[in-house]
Design a protein around this ligand. Structure first.
Ligand SMILES: *Cc1c(COP(=O)(O)O)cnc(C)c1O
Length: 371
């Protein structure tokens, strides 16, 4: 069986790495927001050329804190894609603001600038743009339709390592966010995330918000209402090691994605691969559109290859978001996509034999479909 995602293949040396990190941190008695966290924050900021990287307890939390720190709250509208992971919409509501669901582009699966333009009102304060799977949203095209007062928050949870015009994902908007969930491009030992910003005041506020509104100098004195959204030092120490290995993992995943392109592209017509919007892409998931998705999933299962359907239900059609659903016509492309997209295995630890087996199974399906 080829797993959709295989953690043990990604980290063959995890056991000895984790034992070393444990030994070090336990020896120092440092567990939360200590040296390992600030060391990782510095390395992360340097790696992406940002002024500030502030680590928190998850990508979702990074988005909530980033929104609040940027001054977004009750009465504000934030435009976000209808087809996406739950975190962006949830963070907008947790911050007290109102999500407005926009459509996505049919080939890139990311926010459609024209749909954003149609949803702008005097209350629009921000657009929460998400990069999705292996594709980068076109931030410049979205910026072009926005009034100057509207901020762009960039959900780069799955895009660490990607670049647009040589500028890293996460630094393309006003505030960026990474997730360190273990399957993400920069994968942690558990949950974790970071806020990326050039703005000293936003950074200062995120640092306080993550630790119950304390400013780091005066204990038990709370400058603002905050959260417990701190990062563990064990996780930070592991992430520092992962950061050093990231270029290698990225290159391996890109090579696999390009192999898939060569196999999938000639089968266009019933299978279309996601367009990525940049040559410097970070392949988090390899997703194709398939009209007969159920049949494709069955075929792959029989071939012992796991697949994954992300976001089969649009956010505005989830029970949790009903009251913010807006007009269904606003996200027609997103609805078609939710019925058709499916991901095949892609992970840095896959060997050539496994990649060839996935390709062969896709080609078998393409061949049967053509009959
Ligand atoms: C994983 C993910 C997140 C949230 O990250 P967590 O660390 O799991 O909270 C946000 N947005 C997208 C697109 C994601 O894939």
């Amino acid at each position: 069986m080829i797993k959709y995602y295989d953690y043990r293949r990604r980290h063959p040396d995890a056991r000895s790495d984790i034992l070393q990190i444990m030994e070090h941190q336990v020896g120092r008695g440092e567990f939360i927001l200590k040296d390992a966290v600030s060391t990782f924050e510095r390395a992360l900021a340097d790696k992406v050329g940002a002024r500030h990287a502030i680590c928190v307890s998850s990508g979702t939390s990074a988005m909530t804190l980033g929104l609040i720190a940027a001054g977004i709250g009750p009465g504000d509208e934030v435009i976000t894609p209808a087809f996406c992971y739950v975190a962006a919409a949830s963070a907008i509501i947790q911050a007290g603001a109102t999500p407005v669901f926009a459509d996505v582009l049919p080939e890139c699966f990311t926010l459609a600038p024209q749909s954003v333009a149609r949803l702008i009102t005097p209350r629009t304060r921000a657009v929460l743009v998400a990069h999705v799977f292996s594709g980068l949203a076109n931030i410049a095209a979205i910026r072009a339709v926005l009034p100057a007062r509207v901020l762009i928050l960039e959900d780069s949870a799955t895009a660490f390592g990607a670049r647009y015009d040589n500028k890293p994902a996460g630094t393309l908007g006003d505030v960026g966010v990474y997730s360190f969930f273990p399957a993400k491009p920069l994968g942690g030992l558990g949950d974790g995330g970071a806020v990326i910003t050039e703005d000293d005041e936003v950074a200062r506020r995120v640092r306080m918000l993550r630790n119950h509104g304390q400013d780091g100098t005066r204990r038990f004195y709370h400058q603002m209402l905050g959260f417990n959204s701190r990062m563990d030092d064990l996780n930070a120490a592991w992430l520092s090691r992962q950061l050093c290995d990231n270029d290698r993992q990225l290159a391996r995943k890109q090579a696999i994605a390009l192999r898939y392109d060569a196999a999938v592209a000639p089968s266009a017509g019933f299978l279309t691969a996601q367009r990525r919007g940049t040559a410097d892409f970070s392949p988090h998931a390899y997703v194709v559109r398939c009209r007969s998705r159920d049949r494709f999933v069955r075929h792959m299962n029989q071939a012992n290859v796991q697949t994954k359907v992300h976001f089969g239900t649009l956010l505005p059609e989830q029970p949790a978001f009903q009251q913010w659903a807006g007009a269904k016509a606003a996200y027609a492309q997103a609805r078609a996509l939710a019925g058709e997209c499916v991901a095949i295995p892609l992970c840095a630890g896959m060997d050539e034999h496994q990649v060839a087996r996935v390709v062969d199974s896709v080609l078998e399906f393409a061949h049967e479909s053509a009959l």
